[in-house]
Design a binder for this molecule. Structure first.
Ligand SMILES: [Zn+2]
Length: 100
């Protein structure tokens, strides 16, 4: 079972739109990025032309940045976001496996 990346996600009182298209890829590629959380306009950008597993991991990563921004005053550093995103990704995948 694949994890479906939604079109939007609620984080606190905000609705973040999730954008993933050719235009977004051009912007992200120019910055050498695969994802970006834009808090000022409540948009999460995810690179479209990328392996599905990487897209899910990027979605979790950028969502964690938004959670950190909304609930935690943007205190987590990049390494911590990476660790939590990778851990969550593994746990969510495990929960989806039929024999778990
Ligand atoms: Zn990050």
């Amino acid at each position: 079972m694949n994890i479906q990346i939604p079109d939007s996600i609620k984080i606190g009182g905000y609705v973040y739109e999730i954008v993933s298209d050719k235009e977004t890829d051009e912007v992200l590629d120019a910055g050498g990025l695969v994802g970006q959380a834009c808090h000022d306009d409540c948009i999460i950008k995810i690179k479209k032309e990328m392996n599905d597993q990487l897209r899910v991991n990027t979605f979790l990563h950028e969502t964690l940045h938004c959670i950190d921004q909304v609930f935690n005053g943007n205190k987590l550093d990049e390494d911590t976001i990476n660790v939590i995103a990778n851990g969550l990704h593994q746990v969510i995948k495990q929960l989806q496996e039929d024999d778990f």
